[in-house]
Design a protein around this ligand. Sequence first.
Ligand SMILES: Cc1ncc(COP(=O)(O)O)c(C=O)c1O
Ligand SMILES: Nc1c(O)cccc1C(=O)C[C@H](N)C(=O)O
Length: 421
Amino acid sequence: MVSTASPALDTLAARAASLDAADPLAAVRERFLLPEGVVYLDGNSLGALPAAVPPAMADAVHRQWGTDLIRSWNDNSWWDAPLRVGDAVGRLIGAAPGQTLAGDSTSVQLFNALSAAVRLRPGRPLLLTDPGHFPTDQYIADSVARLFGLEVRRMPPAGLPRFLAEEGERVAVAGYSPVDYRTGELHDMAATTRAVQRAGGLMLWDLCHAAGALPVGLDELGVDLAVGCGYKFLSGGPGAPAFLYVAERHQAAFDQPLTGWNGHVEPFGLSGDYAPAEGVGRGRIGTPPILSMLALEAALTAFDGVAMEQVRAKSLSLTGFFLDCADTLLDGLGFTAVTPRAPERRGSQVTLRHPDAYALVRALAARGVIGDMRAPDMLRFGVNALYITHRDVLSAIRQLAEVVMSAEHRDERFRHRTTVT
Ligand SMILES: Cc1ncc(COP(=O)(O)O)c(C=O)c1O
Ligand SMILES: Nc1c(O)cccc1C(=O)C[C@H](N)C(=O)O
């Protein structure tokens, strides 16, 4: 155990200062409105507020809605927003224009995408997913399987190569996440995509924990379908629209079950029969939440002039530094790092295990260090490279060490579960 006032701490502080001084993305932090005195390490659940959002919202509410009223569907291009914002997300996930659409929630997009995938691979009875996948992905795979009379097989990523070699020709679609939402482990997207496709199945990635956090190169990898949310690393705000990616080669045959009028080829023809629009626009469903859509659009400007490779380099520097700080300052305090040490196997979060995880996260939050926990014993700390510094990371670990050493977390206030996250 290292005292939190020690030469080791001084060395880490000097390292943090020099890494921050050399950070090419340092100025991007100014694009976010971060509360004074808070170290925000939960951007992997709800991203911080980008400074561009409040004025965009004021304009959307007062001028566009208040004054221009219904004319805004044309005059302020509300109607085109799902495709326009989709393309803005597409730039961050390696998708050429015309393949990404913004709207609805990840759960809804998953339902449409998985169902459409099943229809693209008739005669194949299996849906593959990860038993460690975020629950909504598993629930929706189960529901789609029930609807289509298929079966879901839960297969951890490590078991995929063997399973695909033996039963791959039965797989219609495999739905996985590049980053494990609990441990922060990063899986090999290229190898998984290739293996699934070699067996003739379709690859669907859930990019909730990857979009805006690391380069995913969907077009380059030849991914078939992807979905993701707008409120984590894209910082689009609570309940921000999700996104759907449909590779161009699948669009003409993409037949989703939620055939709302916005996805019709001629929505204002008001025909009683459905005929899908050309392109990814057929993924549209009903009227989108325009205010949230415009908030997401403004939020994405925080990425202007920033390459995803730069985001990745800084994110790895932050998570690597986090693990180093934890090794030094949390040694002997009952923590185990769960996130892999190898940079190519890390997403943009670090997870530590500790038996008192819940109380520790709450005690930290009371000090203004915001992370979260996942049952039963995981403390999760997400780093968004656009606004987190190495100093933030050191401050969080130093305070975590202080909390444990002083047993601050044993206070009655932190004992009972009161929050949803
Ligand atoms: C991998 C993954 N998929 C989906 C979701 C959420 O789906 P929705 O946006 O529908 O709430 C989350 C987190 O909430 C997630 O981590
Ligand atoms: N989407 C969330 C929400 O609406 C409320 C609380 C948390 C969330 C989350 O994002 C959870 C998240 N997907 C996770 O990684 O655990």
